[in-house]
Design a protein around this ligand. Structure first.
Ligand code: HEM
Length: 394
């Protein structure tokens, strides 16, 4: 029976499981662009749940600003300090200028050179996980995005473990003080690195980005520091969540794993379903700069708009049988990387890592078993598993 009153999208604990998908389904069907004012939010915002409305918000970069923040719950002063200096909270023209520079190392052409290294990292992680299964596979999987991004950025190997830990603290720590401290430490790390590289020129990744400054498009050292932190943050947690969600699905659905193992489904195709299913970026926020319409709703200038990517990815208008994990799903136009001008800078790299993982599993793993209760982190922003007791068997 359809629930008549609107369910609470902000009920504590909702994102500690997957029950929020039923809540999204209710809103898509009954109130697709709803006004929400959760406790502690004096201003309220529009909440967008249907696929096509989500796409229209993301594509409307002239009237939908990111510079006032791109997620719920961020502190105004923290956003103000980096607004228009960090891609994810920048609007044109600063966004256009910075992205032109920062996207270069993540193009297909440059990344194809990293492919072999990605395969090597993934093979090492999977081999260790098979040989020494631990209580939580995430502790092993998290090395994939961390080692890959640290290597691409040319960071000293001795720092990788620290970097991985700090990024997790900056996002996952329950203490706001610890999150702010970790972010500050990461900024300081990159600030020292950029300054040092001005002197020595030994970091090819940073030198490449600063060299482009002389080519016309300029990114200041301060912007570089903020964006290096942004790239690190963007790449670590998210990809780990997708790898973990994919593994859980394959462990819970041996028939799906069989399709991968037998070669009936290409790893690149299964990668897209892993991305649709996992939604590591659950929502995105924009602020309207002009009056506009979303569906039947009039949005006023200055009002905030939240798009739920998790809801868009399960919209039955776009995806057949959306609540089924189908490794071979075709025409998979998920929005896990967003859309429009802020579309994920690292989408190619993330795809490379996930596809390499699937290829490696196919060669080195026969079966996988779930040995306990998986646990979700409870966040409605960077949502995903933070405990995955899965064992991989050779
Ligand atoms: C499964 C993996 C990933 C997911 C699901 C993901 C998701 C997203 C989403 C939804 C956005 C758009 C945010 C918005 O519209 O405001 C975004 C932007 C971004 N991502 Fe990712 N991301 C992933 C991996 C990565 C990786 C590997 C990197 C780094 C190499 C990265 C770096 C960034 C950056 C820098 C932006 C800002 C781009 C801009 O504002 O123009 N992400 N990502």
């Amino acid at each position: 029976m359809t629930q008549l009153t609107a369910p609470d999208l902000f009920e504590p604990g909702l994102f500690e499981g997957t029950g929020f998908y039923d809540v999204f389904a209710w809103y898509r069907a009954n109130d697709p662009v709803s006004w929400q004012r959760p406790a502690g939010d004096p201003d309220g915002f529009w909440s967008v749940t249907r696929y096509h409305d989500v796409v229209s918000v993301h594509r409307d970069s002239t009237r939908m600003s990111s510079a006032k923040g791109m997620r719920l719950g961020s502190a105004d002063h923290a956003v103000g300090a980096v607004a228009n200096k960090m891609l994810i909270v920048a609007d044109p023209p600063d966004h256009t200028r910075m992205k032109r520079v920062l996207i270069q190392p993540f193009s297909n052409e440059v990344l194809s050179r990293a492919e072999e290294y990605v395969e090597e990292v993934v093979a090492g992680v999977v081999a260790t996980a098979v040989r020494h299964p631990g209580p939580d596979l995430i502790e092993q999987l998290e090395r994939i995005p961390t080692d890959v991004i640290c290597a691409i950025m040319g960071l000293p190997r001795a720092d990788w473990e620290w970097i991985g830990r700090k990024t997790t603290e900056a996002f996952e720590s329950p203490s706001e003080v610890q999150r702010i401290t970790a972010n500050g430490e990461i900024f300081k790390y990159f600030s020292d690195l950029v300054r040092e590289n001005r002197r020595t020129g030994t970091n090819a990744f940073i030198s490449g980005l600063t060299a482009r400054n002389s080519g016309g498009t300029r990114v200041t050292d301060e912007e570089l520091v903020f964006n290096l932190s942004g790239i690190l943050a963007g790449g670590n947690e998210t990809t780990r969540f997708t790898l973990a969600a994919l593994t859980l699905q394959l462990a819970q659905h041996p028939d799906q794993w069989d399709r991968v193992l037998r070669g009936d489904v290409e790893p690149a195709v299964a990668t897209e379903e892993a991305l649709r299913w996992s939604v590591p970026g659950m929502h995105v926020l924009r602020t309207a700069t002009e009056a506009l319409r979303i569906g039947d709703v009039e949005v006023e200038p200055g009002q905030r708009v939240v798009t739920w990517i998790g809801s868009a990815n399960r919209d039955p208008e776009v995806f057949d049988d959306p609540d089924t994990f189908d490794v071979g799903r075709s025409g998979n136009r998920h929005l896990s990387f967003g859309a429009g001008r802020h579309m994920c800078l690292g989408s190619r790299l993330a795809r490379l890592e996930i596809t390499a993982y699937l290829r490696t599993l196919r060669v080195r793993v026969r079966s996988m078993t779930l040995e306990g209760e998986p646990r979700y982190n409870g966040s409605n922003f960077t949502w995903g598993l933070n405990r995955l007791p899965v064992v991989l068997h050779a």
